[in-house]
Design a protein around this ligand. Structure first.
Ligand SMILES: Cc1cc2nc3c(=O)[nH]c(=O)nc-3n(C[C@H](O)[C@H](O)[C@H](O)COP(=O)(O)OP(=O)(O)OC[C@H]3O[C@@H](n4cnc5c(N)ncnc54)[C@H](O)[C@@H]3O)c2cc1C
Length: 392
Protein backbone atom coordinates (compact mmCIF):
# COMPACT_ATOMS: atom_id res chain seq x y z
CA UNK A 1 0.00 0.00 0.00
CA UNK A 2 1.55 3.31 -1.00
CA UNK A 3 2.13 5.53 2.04
CA UNK A 4 2.08 8.66 -0.12
CA UNK A 5 -1.59 8.34 -1.11
CA UNK A 6 -2.93 6.95 2.12
CA UNK A 7 -5.57 9.05 3.85
CA UNK A 8 -6.24 8.86 7.57
CA UNK A 9 -9.92 7.88 7.52
CA UNK A 10 -12.50 6.99 4.89
CA UNK A 11 -16.12 7.14 6.10
CA UNK A 12 -18.84 5.43 4.07
CA UNK A 13 -22.28 7.03 4.59
CA UNK A 14 -23.00 10.73 5.04
CA UNK A 15 -26.18 10.63 7.15
CA UNK A 16 -26.26 12.50 10.47
CA UNK A 17 -23.82 10.06 12.09
CA UNK A 18 -21.34 9.78 9.18
CA UNK A 19 -21.28 13.52 8.46
CA UNK A 20 -20.85 14.39 12.16
CA UNK A 21 -18.06 11.83 12.39
CA UNK A 22 -16.30 13.33 9.35
CA UNK A 23 -16.41 16.81 10.92
CA UNK A 24 -15.36 15.62 14.39
CA UNK A 25 -12.32 13.75 13.03
CA UNK A 26 -11.37 16.55 10.61
CA UNK A 27 -11.44 18.92 13.60
CA UNK A 28 -8.65 16.79 15.06
CA UNK A 29 -6.55 17.35 11.95
CA UNK A 30 -7.21 13.95 10.46
CA UNK A 31 -7.36 13.70 6.68
CA UNK A 32 -10.93 12.49 6.05
CA UNK A 33 -12.74 11.23 2.92
CA UNK A 34 -16.54 10.87 3.02
CA UNK A 35 -18.26 8.57 0.50
CA UNK A 36 -22.03 8.96 0.12
CA UNK A 37 -24.37 7.17 -2.29
CA UNK A 38 -26.83 10.08 -2.60
CA UNK A 39 -25.90 13.70 -1.94
CA UNK A 40 -28.73 15.01 0.28
CA UNK A 41 -31.40 17.34 -1.07
CA UNK A 42 -31.38 20.83 0.44
CA UNK A 43 -33.57 21.26 3.53
CA UNK A 44 -36.58 23.49 2.97
CA UNK A 45 -38.34 25.36 5.79
CA UNK A 46 -41.58 25.06 3.83
CA UNK A 47 -41.64 21.25 3.76
CA UNK A 48 -40.74 19.89 7.19
CA UNK A 49 -39.09 16.47 7.26
CA UNK A 50 -41.41 13.86 8.80
CA UNK A 51 -38.45 12.24 10.54
CA UNK A 52 -37.64 14.13 13.74
CA UNK A 53 -35.37 13.32 16.68
CA UNK A 54 -35.48 14.03 20.39
CA UNK A 55 -31.95 15.40 20.33
CA UNK A 56 -29.97 14.89 23.56
CA UNK A 57 -27.56 17.33 25.20
CA UNK A 58 -24.42 15.36 24.41
CA UNK A 59 -25.47 15.15 20.74
CA UNK A 60 -25.94 18.95 20.73
CA UNK A 61 -22.50 19.41 22.35
CA UNK A 62 -20.90 17.30 19.63
CA UNK A 63 -22.55 19.34 16.89
CA UNK A 64 -21.56 22.58 18.63
CA UNK A 65 -17.94 21.39 18.74
CA UNK A 66 -17.98 21.10 14.93
CA UNK A 67 -19.65 24.50 14.51
CA UNK A 68 -23.08 23.29 13.35
CA UNK A 69 -25.35 23.41 16.37
CA UNK A 70 -25.97 27.15 16.84
CA UNK A 71 -27.17 27.44 13.25
CA UNK A 72 -29.44 24.37 13.61
CA UNK A 73 -30.91 25.63 16.87
CA UNK A 74 -31.52 29.11 15.47
CA UNK A 75 -33.09 27.67 12.31
CA UNK A 76 -35.61 25.21 13.76
CA UNK A 77 -35.06 23.14 16.89
CA UNK A 78 -37.88 23.13 19.40
CA UNK A 79 -36.76 22.79 23.03
CA UNK A 80 -38.79 20.44 25.19
CA UNK A 81 -38.83 21.16 28.90
CA UNK A 82 -40.86 18.22 30.18
CA UNK A 83 -41.41 14.62 29.30
CA UNK A 84 -44.57 12.97 30.53
CA UNK A 85 -44.99 9.21 30.20
CA UNK A 86 -48.20 7.47 31.13
CA UNK A 87 -49.86 4.15 30.76
CA UNK A 88 -53.21 3.65 29.04
CA UNK A 89 -53.81 0.49 31.12
CA UNK A 90 -52.68 1.63 34.57
CA UNK A 91 -52.82 5.32 35.40
CA UNK A 92 -49.31 5.86 36.75
CA UNK A 93 -47.32 8.71 35.28
CA UNK A 94 -43.66 9.49 35.08
CA UNK A 95 -42.66 13.12 34.66
CA UNK A 96 -39.23 14.51 33.87
CA UNK A 97 -39.04 18.24 34.35
CA UNK A 98 -36.16 20.49 33.28
CA UNK A 99 -36.67 22.85 36.24
CA UNK A 100 -36.40 20.01 38.72
CA UNK A 101 -33.24 18.81 37.03
CA UNK A 102 -31.77 22.32 37.05
CA UNK A 103 -31.76 22.58 33.25
CA UNK A 104 -33.23 25.01 30.74
CA UNK A 105 -34.48 22.21 28.51
CA UNK A 106 -34.36 18.43 28.45
CA UNK A 107 -33.44 18.41 24.76
CA UNK A 108 -34.64 19.59 21.36
CA UNK A 109 -36.93 18.20 18.69
CA UNK A 110 -35.03 18.51 15.40
CA UNK A 111 -35.72 17.46 11.81
CA UNK A 112 -33.42 14.84 10.29
CA UNK A 113 -33.08 16.74 6.97
CA UNK A 114 -32.08 19.99 8.71
CA UNK A 115 -29.33 18.21 10.64
CA UNK A 116 -27.96 16.60 7.47
CA UNK A 117 -28.19 19.87 5.52
CA UNK A 118 -26.28 21.92 8.11
CA UNK A 119 -23.64 19.25 8.69
CA UNK A 120 -23.01 18.93 4.94
CA UNK A 121 -22.74 22.71 4.62
CA UNK A 122 -19.63 22.55 6.81
CA UNK A 123 -17.80 19.63 5.18
CA UNK A 124 -15.86 21.55 2.53
CA UNK A 125 -14.65 24.27 4.92
CA UNK A 126 -13.54 21.57 7.37
CA UNK A 127 -11.35 20.04 4.64
CA UNK A 128 -13.39 16.82 4.25
CA UNK A 129 -12.97 15.30 0.77
CA UNK A 130 -16.54 14.39 -0.28
CA UNK A 131 -17.23 11.73 -2.92
CA UNK A 132 -20.93 11.77 -3.81
CA UNK A 133 -22.70 10.13 -5.43
CA UNK A 134 -20.42 7.13 -4.98
CA UNK A 135 -20.76 3.68 -3.49
CA UNK A 136 -18.24 1.28 -2.12
CA UNK A 137 -17.90 -1.99 -4.03
CA UNK A 138 -14.89 -3.77 -2.59
CA UNK A 139 -12.72 -3.75 0.51
CA UNK A 140 -9.24 -5.06 1.13
CA UNK A 141 -7.40 -4.67 4.36
CA UNK A 142 -4.11 -5.53 6.02
CA UNK A 143 -2.60 -4.69 9.40
CA UNK A 144 -1.81 -1.10 8.39
CA UNK A 145 -4.85 0.06 6.48
CA UNK A 146 -7.69 -0.47 4.05
CA UNK A 147 -8.29 -0.05 0.33
CA UNK A 148 -11.82 0.70 -0.85
CA UNK A 149 -12.86 0.41 -4.48
CA UNK A 150 -15.74 2.69 -5.48
CA UNK A 151 -18.30 2.12 -8.22
CA UNK A 152 -16.74 4.89 -10.32
CA UNK A 153 -13.61 2.72 -10.45
CA UNK A 154 -11.52 4.91 -8.12
CA UNK A 155 -9.67 3.55 -5.07
CA UNK A 156 -9.16 5.08 -1.68
CA UNK A 157 -6.41 3.95 0.67
CA UNK A 158 -6.74 4.88 4.32
CA UNK A 159 -5.50 3.87 7.75
CA UNK A 160 -9.08 3.27 8.88
CA UNK A 161 -12.50 2.77 7.28
CA UNK A 162 -15.70 3.65 9.11
CA UNK A 163 -19.05 2.12 8.14
CA UNK A 164 -21.77 4.74 8.72
CA UNK A 165 -23.91 3.55 5.81
CA UNK A 166 -27.04 2.69 7.74
CA UNK A 167 -28.89 -0.49 8.68
CA UNK A 168 -28.17 -2.29 5.37
CA UNK A 169 -24.48 -1.32 5.50
CA UNK A 170 -22.44 -2.53 2.52
CA UNK A 171 -19.11 -1.83 4.19
CA UNK A 172 -20.11 -3.85 7.27
CA UNK A 173 -20.97 -6.78 4.99
CA UNK A 174 -17.72 -6.41 3.02
CA UNK A 175 -15.85 -6.53 6.35
CA UNK A 176 -17.56 -9.86 7.09
CA UNK A 177 -19.46 -8.59 10.14
CA UNK A 178 -22.84 -10.30 10.57
CA UNK A 179 -25.91 -8.95 12.35
CA UNK A 180 -28.62 -10.27 14.63
CA UNK A 181 -32.02 -8.87 13.84
CA UNK A 182 -35.47 -9.13 15.32
CA UNK A 183 -38.49 -7.90 13.42
CA UNK A 184 -40.99 -6.37 15.85
CA UNK A 185 -43.81 -6.79 13.28
CA UNK A 186 -44.59 -3.19 14.18
CA UNK A 187 -44.30 0.06 12.24
CA UNK A 188 -43.95 3.67 13.35
CA UNK A 189 -46.47 6.08 11.86
CA UNK A 190 -45.03 9.61 11.64
CA UNK A 191 -46.52 12.98 10.72
CA UNK A 192 -47.40 16.42 12.08
CA UNK A 193 -50.59 17.30 13.94
CA UNK A 194 -52.16 20.41 15.45
CA UNK A 195 -53.83 20.17 18.84
CA UNK A 196 -56.65 22.19 20.38
CA UNK A 197 -54.84 22.14 23.77
CA UNK A 198 -51.26 23.51 24.12
CA UNK A 199 -48.43 20.98 24.30
CA UNK A 200 -46.68 23.03 27.00
CA UNK A 201 -43.24 22.24 25.52
CA UNK A 202 -43.74 18.68 26.69
CA UNK A 203 -42.82 15.43 24.97
CA UNK A 204 -45.82 13.18 25.70
CA UNK A 205 -45.60 9.42 25.52
CA UNK A 206 -48.59 7.17 26.14
CA UNK A 207 -48.14 3.42 26.37
CA UNK A 208 -50.95 1.48 24.71
CA UNK A 209 -51.34 -2.29 24.35
CA UNK A 210 -50.55 -1.87 20.65
CA UNK A 211 -47.34 0.13 21.31
CA UNK A 212 -46.32 3.62 22.46
CA UNK A 213 -47.63 6.88 20.99
CA UNK A 214 -45.26 9.88 21.24
CA UNK A 215 -46.28 13.51 20.68
CA UNK A 216 -43.21 15.72 20.34
CA UNK A 217 -43.57 19.53 20.42
CA UNK A 218 -42.33 21.25 17.25
CA UNK A 219 -44.01 24.67 17.28
CA UNK A 220 -46.98 26.66 18.53
CA UNK A 221 -49.80 24.11 18.95
CA UNK A 222 -48.01 21.66 16.66
CA UNK A 223 -46.52 18.27 17.47
CA UNK A 224 -44.80 15.50 15.57
CA UNK A 225 -46.15 12.01 16.21
CA UNK A 226 -44.37 8.67 16.34
CA UNK A 227 -47.10 6.07 16.76
CA UNK A 228 -45.97 2.46 17.12
CA UNK A 229 -48.56 -0.02 15.86
CA UNK A 230 -48.75 -3.59 14.57
CA UNK A 231 -47.60 -3.41 10.94
CA UNK A 232 -51.01 -3.93 9.28
CA UNK A 233 -52.67 -1.46 11.65
CA UNK A 234 -49.96 1.12 10.81
CA UNK A 235 -50.69 0.71 7.10
CA UNK A 236 -54.39 1.20 7.78
CA UNK A 237 -53.73 4.34 9.87
CA UNK A 238 -51.43 5.78 7.23
CA UNK A 239 -54.14 5.38 4.61
CA UNK A 240 -57.14 6.64 6.62
CA UNK A 241 -58.72 9.92 5.56
CA UNK A 242 -57.82 12.90 7.76
CA UNK A 243 -61.10 12.97 9.72
CA UNK A 244 -60.96 9.27 10.61
CA UNK A 245 -57.25 9.51 11.44
CA UNK A 246 -57.93 12.52 13.68
CA UNK A 247 -60.57 10.51 15.59
CA UNK A 248 -58.34 7.46 16.02
CA UNK A 249 -55.30 9.48 17.07
CA UNK A 250 -57.23 11.67 19.51
CA UNK A 251 -58.62 8.52 21.13
CA UNK A 252 -55.17 6.91 21.28
CA UNK A 253 -53.76 10.01 23.00
CA UNK A 254 -56.46 9.83 25.66
CA UNK A 255 -57.47 13.37 24.64
CA UNK A 256 -54.46 14.74 26.55
CA UNK A 257 -53.90 17.54 23.99
CA UNK A 258 -57.54 17.88 23.01
CA UNK A 259 -58.43 17.11 19.40
CA UNK A 260 -55.50 16.23 17.15
CA UNK A 261 -55.75 17.20 13.47
CA UNK A 262 -53.23 16.00 10.87
CA UNK A 263 -51.48 18.81 8.97
CA UNK A 264 -49.00 16.82 6.86
CA UNK A 265 -48.77 13.62 4.85
CA UNK A 266 -48.10 10.50 6.96
CA UNK A 267 -45.41 7.87 6.58
CA UNK A 268 -44.88 4.51 8.24
CA UNK A 269 -41.53 2.83 8.75
CA UNK A 270 -40.96 -0.78 9.82
CA UNK A 271 -39.44 -1.33 13.26
CA UNK A 272 -36.80 -3.85 14.16
CA UNK A 273 -33.87 -4.37 16.42
CA UNK A 274 -30.59 -5.11 14.72
CA UNK A 275 -27.17 -5.38 16.30
CA UNK A 276 -23.93 -5.92 14.41
CA UNK A 277 -21.94 -8.86 15.81
CA UNK A 278 -19.00 -6.47 16.30
CA UNK A 279 -18.22 -2.78 15.88
CA UNK A 280 -14.63 -3.45 14.81
CA UNK A 281 -13.10 -5.89 12.35
CA UNK A 282 -9.42 -5.31 11.62
CA UNK A 283 -9.29 -1.68 10.51
CA UNK A 284 -13.02 -1.24 9.86
CA UNK A 285 -15.17 0.46 12.50
CA UNK A 286 -18.96 0.33 12.46
CA UNK A 287 -21.09 3.19 13.83
CA UNK A 288 -24.67 4.48 13.87
CA UNK A 289 -27.47 2.38 12.40
CA UNK A 290 -24.87 0.21 10.65
CA UNK A 291 -23.99 -1.00 14.16
CA UNK A 292 -27.32 -0.81 15.99
CA UNK A 293 -30.94 -0.20 15.05
CA UNK A 294 -33.12 0.32 18.12
CA UNK A 295 -36.81 0.78 18.80
CA UNK A 296 -37.65 4.50 18.40
CA UNK A 297 -39.74 4.61 21.59
CA UNK A 298 -37.16 6.63 23.48
CA UNK A 299 -36.09 8.67 20.40
CA UNK A 300 -32.54 7.42 21.03
CA UNK A 301 -31.60 6.05 17.59
CA UNK A 302 -29.57 8.97 16.38
CA UNK A 303 -28.26 9.84 19.86
CA UNK A 304 -26.83 6.35 20.22
CA UNK A 305 -25.07 6.74 16.85
CA UNK A 306 -23.64 10.11 17.81
CA UNK A 307 -22.32 8.57 21.04
CA UNK A 308 -20.21 6.25 18.85
CA UNK A 309 -18.73 9.41 17.32
CA UNK A 310 -18.20 11.14 20.69
CA UNK A 311 -16.37 8.05 22.00
CA UNK A 312 -14.16 7.90 18.91
CA UNK A 313 -13.35 11.63 18.92
CA UNK A 314 -12.50 11.42 22.66
CA UNK A 315 -10.25 8.45 22.02
CA UNK A 316 -8.37 10.30 19.23
CA UNK A 317 -8.02 13.41 21.46
CA UNK A 318 -6.73 11.25 24.32
CA UNK A 319 -4.13 9.64 22.02
CA UNK A 320 -3.01 13.07 20.83
CA UNK A 321 -2.57 14.29 24.42
CA UNK A 322 -0.45 11.27 25.27
CA UNK A 323 1.54 11.42 22.04
CA UNK A 324 0.23 7.91 21.25
CA UNK A 325 -1.07 6.43 17.98
CA UNK A 326 -4.73 7.39 17.54
CA UNK A 327 -5.39 4.25 15.48
CA UNK A 328 -3.51 1.70 17.61
CA UNK A 329 -5.36 -1.65 17.55
CA UNK A 330 -5.76 -1.80 21.36
CA UNK A 331 -7.23 1.71 21.40
CA UNK A 332 -9.75 0.85 18.67
CA UNK A 333 -10.64 -2.39 20.47
CA UNK A 334 -11.31 -0.49 23.70
CA UNK A 335 -13.61 1.91 21.85
CA UNK A 336 -15.45 -1.00 20.20
CA UNK A 337 -15.95 -2.91 23.46
CA UNK A 338 -17.40 0.11 25.25
CA UNK A 339 -19.67 1.10 22.40
CA UNK A 340 -20.93 -2.39 21.73
CA UNK A 341 -21.93 -2.94 25.34
CA UNK A 342 -23.82 0.38 25.51
CA UNK A 343 -25.61 -0.32 22.20
CA UNK A 344 -26.63 -3.83 23.27
CA UNK A 345 -27.94 -2.62 26.62
CA UNK A 346 -29.91 0.19 24.97
CA UNK A 347 -31.39 -2.03 22.23
CA UNK A 348 -32.58 -4.66 24.70
CA UNK A 349 -33.83 -2.13 27.26
CA UNK A 350 -36.05 -0.38 24.67
CA UNK A 351 -37.33 -3.74 23.51
CA UNK A 352 -38.18 -4.92 27.04
CA UNK A 353 -40.11 -1.73 27.71
CA UNK A 354 -41.98 -2.07 24.42
CA UNK A 355 -42.79 -5.72 25.14
CA UNK A 356 -43.92 -5.11 28.72
CA UNK A 357 -46.29 -2.42 27.55
CA UNK A 358 -47.58 -4.22 24.47
CA UNK A 359 -49.47 -6.70 26.61
CA UNK A 360 -52.96 -6.47 28.00
CA UNK A 361 -52.80 -9.20 30.61
CA UNK A 362 -53.27 -8.00 34.15
CA UNK A 363 -49.86 -8.76 35.66
CA UNK A 364 -47.74 -6.69 33.25
CA UNK A 365 -50.21 -3.82 33.61
CA UNK A 366 -49.86 -3.94 37.39
CA UNK A 367 -46.10 -4.31 37.23
CA UNK A 368 -45.54 -1.54 34.76
CA UNK A 369 -47.85 0.99 36.37
CA UNK A 370 -46.25 0.15 39.69
CA UNK A 371 -42.82 0.65 38.10
CA UNK A 372 -43.81 4.03 36.68
CA UNK A 373 -45.20 5.00 40.09
CA UNK A 374 -42.01 3.99 41.87
CA UNK A 375 -39.81 5.82 39.40
CA UNK A 376 -41.95 8.92 39.78
CA UNK A 377 -42.04 8.74 43.58
CA UNK A 378 -38.27 8.39 43.99
CA UNK A 379 -36.67 11.55 42.56
CA UNK A 380 -33.07 10.24 42.54
CA UNK A 381 -34.20 7.22 40.49
CA UNK A 382 -36.18 9.44 38.15
CA UNK A 383 -33.24 11.82 37.76
CA UNK A 384 -30.85 8.96 37.15
CA UNK A 385 -33.15 7.51 34.48
CA UNK A 386 -33.32 10.87 32.80
CA UNK A 387 -29.64 11.68 32.97
CA UNK A 388 -28.84 8.37 31.32
CA UNK A 389 -31.30 8.97 28.48
CA UNK A 390 -30.42 12.63 28.02
CA UNK A 391 -26.68 12.17 27.71
CA UNK A 392 -25.79 14.32 30.72
C1 LIG B 1 -38.70 6.85 8.60
C2 LIG B 1 -37.78 6.80 9.78
C3 LIG B 1 -38.16 7.45 10.94
C4 LIG B 1 -37.33 7.42 12.04
N1 LIG B 1 -37.72 8.08 13.16
C5 LIG B 1 -36.90 8.09 14.23
C6 LIG B 1 -37.26 8.77 15.41
O1 LIG B 1 -38.37 9.32 15.52
N2 LIG B 1 -36.36 8.83 16.44
C7 LIG B 1 -35.13 8.22 16.34
O2 LIG B 1 -34.31 8.33 17.26
N3 LIG B 1 -34.79 7.53 15.24
C8 LIG B 1 -35.63 7.44 14.20
N4 LIG B 1 -35.27 6.74 13.09
C9 LIG B 1 -33.94 6.11 13.07
C10 LIG B 1 -32.89 7.14 12.69
O3 LIG B 1 -33.25 7.75 11.47
C11 LIG B 1 -31.54 6.49 12.59
O4 LIG B 1 -31.18 5.99 13.87
C12 LIG B 1 -30.47 7.46 12.11
O5 LIG B 1 -30.82 8.05 10.88
C13 LIG B 1 -29.16 6.73 11.96
O6 LIG B 1 -28.25 7.55 11.31
P1 LIG B 1 -27.08 6.95 10.44
O7 LIG B 1 -26.33 8.14 9.94
O8 LIG B 1 -26.36 5.92 11.23
O9 LIG B 1 -27.77 6.15 9.25
P2 LIG B 1 -28.66 6.66 8.03
O10 LIG B 1 -29.47 7.85 8.40
O11 LIG B 1 -29.37 5.48 7.51
O12 LIG B 1 -27.58 7.16 6.97
C14 LIG B 1 -26.82 6.26 6.18
C15 LIG B 1 -26.24 7.00 4.99
O13 LIG B 1 -25.43 6.12 4.26
C16 LIG B 1 -25.73 6.23 2.87
N5 LIG B 1 -25.40 4.93 2.25
C17 LIG B 1 -26.09 3.78 2.37
N6 LIG B 1 -25.46 2.81 1.68
C18 LIG B 1 -24.36 3.35 1.14
C19 LIG B 1 -23.29 2.85 0.34
N7 LIG B 1 -23.25 1.55 -0.04
N8 LIG B 1 -22.31 3.68 -0.04
C20 LIG B 1 -22.33 4.99 0.33
N9 LIG B 1 -23.32 5.52 1.10
C21 LIG B 1 -24.32 4.72 1.50
C22 LIG B 1 -27.20 6.58 2.81
O14 LIG B 1 -27.53 7.24 1.60
C23 LIG B 1 -27.32 7.51 4.02
O15 LIG B 1 -27.05 8.85 3.70
C24 LIG B 1 -36.09 6.72 11.99
C25 LIG B 1 -35.73 6.04 10.82
C26 LIG B 1 -36.56 6.06 9.73
C27 LIG B 1 -36.15 5.31 8.49
Amino acid sequence: MSRRERRDVVIVGGGVVGAACALALAAQDLDVVLVEARAPAAWSAASPDLRVYAFAHDSARLLRSVGAWDDIRATRAHPYRRMQVWDAGGGSELVFDADQLGMRELGWIVEHALLVDRLWARLAAAGVDVRAPAQVEALEQDGDGVTLRLDAGSRIEARLAIAADGAASTLRTLAGIGTRAHDYAQAGVVGYVDSTEPHRDTAWQRFLPTGPLALLPVGQGRSSIVWTLPADEATRMRELDDAAFSDALTRASGGRLGTLTPVSPRAAFPLRRQLADAQLQGRVLVIGDAAHVVHPLAGQGVNLGLRDVIGLADSVADARRRGARWDAPQRLARWARTRRSESAVAAHAFESINRAYSNESLLPVLLRSHALGIAQAVPPLRNLLWKRAAGL
